[in-house]
Design a protein around this ligand. Structure first.
Ligand SMILES: Cc1cc2nc3c(=O)[nH]c(=O)nc-3n(C[C@H](O)[C@H](O)[C@H](O)COP(=O)(O)O)c2cc1C
Length: 180
């Protein structure tokens, strides 16, 4: 797929076919995401794939702060990806102090870059996904047993698309850019 088409054509997909996504395909998508840049190449982002229907329903029912919109997306998805990051590396010096005034902000920055790479990579492989930002971090971490030393950055619902959403309006380049 042409790069520009990949950038422009990716949409947040919230409706999925029932088919499970093959593990080999998910691994291909993760490989794509692994080329993301990261703080000093620290590569702190991890992907926990949840396919277990009982756990998915638990996440939908109890872990999205009663935001029914996201609960329905998770109930309808064959899988979700818990995008996590290892704490205490990105943005930190070796002695454990922050390297910059952004403190631990670079951890979420790295996770954001990785999530976009993951989304583009999924699209290029014929999959759809949506980043979900509304969830109860503590509840998800507990229910999904996120390993000690990792924090949850985002949830991505993933599957074969069952809709072709139109692109929400974008700001013009003139609105976005300024030169000094
Ligand atoms: C950080 C972040 C959080 C988001 N959270 C949600 C969410 O909780 N639920 C949802 O349906 N979409 C969510 N989205 C998807 C956005 O609504 C979507 O990216 C935006 O409307 C642009 O549409 P597009 O992705 O198709 O270009 C989120 C996107 C980002 C980047």
């Amino acid at each position: 797929m042409d790069f520009k088409e990949c950038l422009r054509g990716r949409r947040s997909v919230r409706k999925f076919k029932d088919n499970m996504v093959e593990h080999e395909l998910i691994e291909k998508v993760v490989e794509g995401a692994s080329y993301s840049p990261s703080w000093k190449n620290s590569q702190i982002v991890r992907y926990i794939i949840v396919e277990d229907r009982v756990l998915l329903n638990k996440l939908a029912d109890d872990c999205v702060m009663d935001f029914e919109h996201n609960a329905n997306i998770i109930r309808n998805a064959p899988a979700v990806v818990l995008v996590t990051y290892i704490v205490g590396r990105s943005g930190y010096d070796k002695d454990g102090n922050f390297s910059t005034s952004k403190g631990a902000g670079w951890e979420m920055f790295d996770a954001g870059i990785a999530s976009q790479s993951f989304s583009l990579s999924a699209y290029a492989e014929g999959l759809g996904c949506v980043i979900l930002g509304v969830f109860d971090e503590d509840m998800v971490s507990k229910e999904a047993n996120i390993p000690e030393g990792q924090k949850l950055a985002a949830i991505l619902a993933i599957g074969y698309p069952d809709e072709e959403p139109t692109m929400p309006k974008r700001k013009s380049v003139e609105e976005l850019v300024s030169f000094r």
